[in-house]
Design a protein around this ligand. Structure first.
Ligand SMILES: NC(=O)c1ccc[n+]([C@@H]2O[C@H](COP(=O)([O-])OP(=O)(O)OC[C@H]3O[C@@H](n4cnc5c(N)ncnc54)[C@H](O)[C@@H]3O)[C@@H](O)[C@H]2O)c1
Length: 264
């Protein structure tokens, strides 16, 4: 799909990868870029730099997503591309004694933001896109949704669930002309990455959000389901499926080294 002349929504668009996506879509000639973020002031600042529009919204709340979609379509026209990009670190603890943690809070928040937000967007937009015979979802997930993020059980689990939902969305609605891409980078130099200690997610180098947005735009133009800004991830996926036990053992070594490093 070409974004030229299209209406595009980006959640988590006030910062990092989301902001870079808004800028890339604007440069590519989108008719209107809608910036939706829980950080209302940040969303307004990005929107004004791309001649777009802003909504303050918590993507974990279905009514907020519905409001963004209904108001965007009422004010500007049909949404061609909806980017569910907002995300949180959610319970990173390299020294954790128990992968289950000790509270539901990081699990519930990560589930709402990384999974249900994508479900709410689909629930509201699918009937509209089906009626139009076209539509596109770009869901920012992570290499953690394909592999795992050591020290972050809630993040890894909910990002895996997001991959599962995106696959099902793509399968269920291909016949309706609806396309889906998942954006799965490793480390990207944003506030989120800077908020956690340096770790294996940076092993192949951190990319700039601008580079990741460029890769996303190219993936959308080519209608590629899996967008991997770090191409090494494909090799890691192959290693994982080729010998799952060897892969778990390798990841456990990384976990042990991390415990040792942070335990000091
Ligand atoms: N930075 C990385 O290394 C990296 C790697 C892989 C995947 N990702 C994913 O990329 C996406 C963007 O992350 P980023 O690195 O740009 O982070 P970031 O912290 O720079 O930006 C995230 C944005 O999401 C917004 N947000 C958070 N919770 C929200 C909510 N409930 N409702 C609406 N907006 C909300 C924040 O206000 C912020 O503007 C996330 O889904 C993240 O998991 C990031």
């Amino acid at each position: 799909m070409q974004v030229m002349g299209k209406i595009v929504v980006v959640t988590g668009g006030a910062n990092g990868i989301g902001r870079a996506l808004c800028e890339a879509f604007h440069r590519a000639g989108a008719a209107k870029v809608i910036v939706a973020d829980v950080d209302g002031a940040g969303a307004r600042a990005v929107a004004s730099s791309v001649d777009g529009a802003a909504f303050k919204c918590d993507v974990g709340q279905e009514k907020d997503i519905r409001h963004v979609i209904e108001e965007t379509e009422r004010q500007f026209g049909p949404i061609a591309l909806f980017c569910s990009n907002a995300g949180i670190v959610g319970g990173f603890d390299p020294l954790s004694e128990n992968a289950g943690g000790n509270s539901d809070e990081p699990w519930a928040r990560s589930w709402a933001i990384h999974v249900m937000a994508h479900v709410y967007a689909a629930r509201c937009l699918i009937p509209r896109m089906k009626a139009r015979g076209e539509g596109y979802f770009l869901n920012t997930i992570s290499a953690a949704g394909l592999l795992s993020q050591v020290g972050s059980p809630a993040y890894s689990t909910t990002k895996h669930a997001a991959v599962g939902f995106a696959e099902n969305l793509a399968i269920s609605h291909r016949a309706h002309g609806i396309r889906v891409s998942i954006l799965c980078p490793q480390g990207v130099d944003t506030n989120m990455l800077r908020s956690i200690p340096k770790g294996p997610q940076s092993g192949d180098g951190d990319l700039s959000p601008e580079q990741v947005a460029k890769d996303a735009l190219q993936g959308i133009e080519q209608e590629t389901f899996l967008i991997l800004p770090h191409p090494q991830v494909l090799g890691y996926m192959r290693n994982k499926t080729e010998n799952y036990d060897r892969w778990i053992a390798g990841m456990a070594k990384i976990q042990a080294k991390m415990r040792e490093d942070y335990g000091r």
